[in-house]
Design a protein around this ligand. Structure first.
Ligand code: MF3
Ligand code: CO
Length: 249
C-alpha cells in the first residue's frame, strides 16, 4: 500500500529530514584522512540524539550502528569500525533519522583528497543523477519516468547501475511501497500523487552492475568486480507541480 501523508505527517517528516541534513553537515566537517568510521558513527549518533531524534539504522534488522559508511567498492551498509579513512578514498554515508514516528533517509558520497578523474566523475555523475531523477517527480508522473531518466544518464556516462538495491517509499517505516528502481521504462509503474513521500537513491559503479555480500559480515554490499561505487539519496515529498526535498537545506 502506498500512503498519502497528511499535513501533520509531512511536518514531522520535514523535521526528521532537516535533522538528517544537519547531521550530514556535521559529519562533513570530520571526513578527513585518519578518522575512523566508528568515530563518524559516534558523532552522528550523539548529534541525532541531542536533537531529540532517533538514529533508526541502529538495531534495524540487527544493524549494529547508527550510520552506514561504505568505502570505495563498498556500495551500501558498511558497518562503522576501526577502519580509517585515507587519502584517495570515496566514502558513502547513508542513514535514517526518525522523529515522532516518522523517517528520513539520505546519503552522500565524499571524495577524500586526491582521486582519479574517472572516480571524481563517478561521484559527480551519481550526484547529478539524483537531480535528474528528482526533476521527473510531480503528481501525475510515473515511477518509471524517474527510473528511466536515472538509468539513461548513467549509461550516457558509461557507468554501471546497481539493480539489486532500489529507492523506496518512506514514512512511518524506513522502507515502504513503492519501489523506486534506478532502471526502467518511461510511462510505466505507479502514478505519483501529491502527499506521497519517496527516497530516490542512485547507486552507480565504474564497472558492472553486479553486487554481493562479503564473507566479513551479513551487511556490507560490495561490487563484484571491485570497482568503486557512489551513492546519493534524498527523501522527497511529491507535490502538485513538482517536489520538495525533505533532506535538503
Ligand atoms: N538507507 C539505508 C537503506 O535504505 C539505511 C539502512 S539502515 C540499515 O538501506 F540498518 F540497514 F543499515
Ligand atoms: Co534508502
Amino acid at each position: 500500500m502506498i500512503s498519502i501523508k497528511s499535513d501533520r505527517e509531512i511536518n514531522l517528516m520535514r523535521h526528521a529530514g532537516h535533522i538528517n541534513f544537519l547531521t550530514h553537515e556535521e559529519l562533513k566537517k570530520h571526513i578527513k584522512p585518519g578518522i575512523t568510521t566508528e568515530k563518524l558513527d559516534k558523532i552522528a549518533h550523539d548529534f541525532i540524539l541531542k536533537n531529540d531524534c532517533t538514529p533508526s539504522c541502529l538495531g534495524y534488522e540487527g544493524f549494529p550502528k547508527s550510520i552506514c559508511v561504505s568505502i570505495n567498492d563498498e556500495v551500501v551498509h558498511g558497518i562503522p569500525g576501526k577502519r580509517k579513512i585515507k587519502n584517495g578514498d570515496i566514502v558513502s554515508i547513508d542513514f535514517c533519522v526518525r522523529y515522532k514516528g516518522y523517517e528520513s533517509d539520505s546519503a552522500r558520497t565524499y571524495i577524500v583528497g586526491n582521486v582519479s578523474d574517472e572516480v571524481s566523475k563517478l561521484v559527480q555523475n551519481t550526484k547529478e543523477a539524483l537531480n535528474i531523477g528528482l526533476s521527473k517527480v510531480k503528481s501525475g508522473a510515473k515511477i518509471g519516468d524517474i527510473s528511466h531518466a536515472i538509468e539513461e544518464f548513467a549509461h550516457s556516462k558509461g557507468l554501471g547501475v546497481v539493480e539489486d538495491l532500489v529507492g523506496h517509499g518512506i514514512g512511518t517505516e524506513m522502507h515502504e511501497d513503492p519501489e523506486v528502481p534506478n532502471y526502467g521504462k518511461e510511462n510505466t509503474g505507479i502514478v505519483l500523487k501529491s502527499g506521497m513521500t519517496i527516497a530516490i537513491e542512485p547507486m552507480f559503479t565504474l564497472g558492472g552492475k553486479e553486487v554481493c555480500l562479503t564473507d566479513q559480515d551479513d551487511w556490507v554490499i560490495v561490487t563484484e568486480d571491485e570497482s568503486p561505487s557512489a551513492h546519493f539519496e534524498h527523501t522527497v515529498l511529491v507535490t502538485d507541480d513538482g517536489y520538495e526535498i525533505l533532506t535538503g537545506e
